[in-house]
Design a protein around this ligand. Sequence first.
Ligand code: SF4
Ligand code: SF4
Length: 674
Amino acid sequence: MSPTINIAGQLLLLALIIGAGALFAVRTARLYRIMMAGAPTTRRGDEGTRLRRFATMVLGQSKMFEKPAIGVAHFLIFWGFLLLTVSVVQIMLEGLLGGFSLPAIGRARWFIAANDIIAALVIVSLLYAAYRRLRVRPWHLTTQLDAWIILGAIGAHLTALLLAEGFAAAAFGNEGYHWSLAGAALGGPLAALGPTGARIGYVAFWWVHVLLILGLVTYIPLSKHFHIITSPLNVYFRSTRPKGELPKIENIEEAEHFGVGQVQQFTWKDILDGYACTECGRCTAACPATLTGKPLDPKKIIVDTRLATYAQAGVRMLGRRETRAITPETPLIGGLIGDDELWSCTTCMACIEACPVAIEHVPKIVDMRRNLVLEETRFPPELTKVFNSLERNSNPFGLRARTRADWAKGLGLTILGERPDEPVDVLYWVGCYGSFDERNVRVARALSRVLRAAGINFGILGVEEGCTGDPARRAGNEYLYQVLAQGNVETLQGYGVKKIVTACPHCMNTIKNEYPQFGGDFEVVHHSQFIADLLKSGRLKLDGGLDKRAITFHDPCYLGRYNDVYDAPREVVNGLGAEVTEMRRSRNKALCCGGGGARALMEERIGKKMSHNRLDDVLETGCGTLAAGCPFCITMFEDAIGSTGNAERVQVEDLAELVAARLPKESAGAAAAD
Ligand code: SF4
Ligand code: SF4
């Protein structure tokens, strides 16, 4: 579908294509160069996983379908864009070469008809996108001028395409390769303009269509819509390492800098994340910190990374209204991103889970915390005590290390260091909360009773156990974390430990996913998984008698989103003869309690408390028991329930406590007397 253009027209078209292509190439190359100047990170290998992820997330647009209407609209825009790209190639070549046709499809009726259908559907989808921005106005979706330019330009070029076909049908008849649905629909009415009028209309709209496309090509690298090129790459290059593993600072003693204080210190993949962000705001809508009025907005963190990168490259983004003046000298932290934003993060990973283009927010936030802690010595005052205590006593509470095993006094548990010649099958990793915190000591004792009742040959490290280092690492003190991690790995290897059970998802995540960075290779399971297996195998029998609908379960972030353990806790509740009454946000959508990322050890001074926000979800279920599977969550909820005066309405119980309370009399007695 192209007008018969004379040689001058062909030369003009050629010049425009070369000009637009050159501008696109120069702008993209500049952005590519600055991306590749970022710190190295390996994203090779595991191609099978990468390709599968690409197929589901990019080609299948799987994340978008979590909201069906938006999913359908986006699916059409995405696939329409691909098909129409082929059509654009056909149109350009036909214009340049006169009568050229792509082999097999260029003049195929089905191809021209499919183009028209897709173009019409994309126009409808664009209208829906505009309606959403103008009328629905989701609070997390900020619309910059940029978005209107793109919506308008795509809508206009497709409308021009359909009109050109209508005029072509009016001028030349809608037969042969000109046959099109738009031609069939519009050709008749437009024929009223007469052959000359129809011909002029055809040529005019053909050129409008072509010029808008070439305009878009030059505009895209200067806008957030660069994501149409970068987001598929971003999905492909997303880490295939365990989700809960933070990158290690190698050779920390010799490191020239710690973490990220300037945008160039991010890895090239972090910079690609910035290019790939569509600004959809899904991460913002899922963030417990944003939802409770904290200054943190995960979308802003990513957009700021991009703005800083563009400023460094000397590229000015178009169609944006920035209230801040951003120059290459604007500091990343303390300039673009405030300290409070970084310290508000609980590392819950809800943002990563929500993002349709696989952007990884948490490692960036922790990298900037590393810079604040290890280079700037700038962090919330509570962390001074936490770091000192971790250093001296290997727990964050300031309690003496030698009292770590006091909770087990009188229980007759095997302590590995005291009975080196009696190997155990399983090590129970108690963690700092289970060892020192009065409320969580009850959980440790309950789990010990359960393991005993099932006849498990288990032991503990006692005073040789140390903090895994999770709070230090998530708070940015990588140096301290590495000291703690190294010590624990050596202790565990010294006792030949193979299998570990723990009631703390943070300990589980660190030992399972991060200790391999120190040569520690252990099989680690959460106690919910261990107990669920014991119930399934019949090694553990429980008395029923619970109200079937009395229990709701809060998915801990480090168990669910970090390690994909969702079913085991529910199976344990089923084993109690009950069913989990789900909260409106559960499983991978569960809202964080506010305790992760060392937040449980800091004051929450800004906005509503995150634990209160989550407690609202709990109370909404009407359940009297909130089952938990994480000491941080238990601590946060106990505080929220107490301070909001809801102790009469709901009680928080660890899964181990619920199970221990329903051990049949004979096994409970045996467990206690053992
Ligand atoms: S990890 Fe959680 S708290 Fe941090 S930015 Fe993401 S959603 Fe917000
Ligand atoms: S980071 Fe992901 S979820 Fe957040 S705005 Fe960007 S594309 Fe959307």
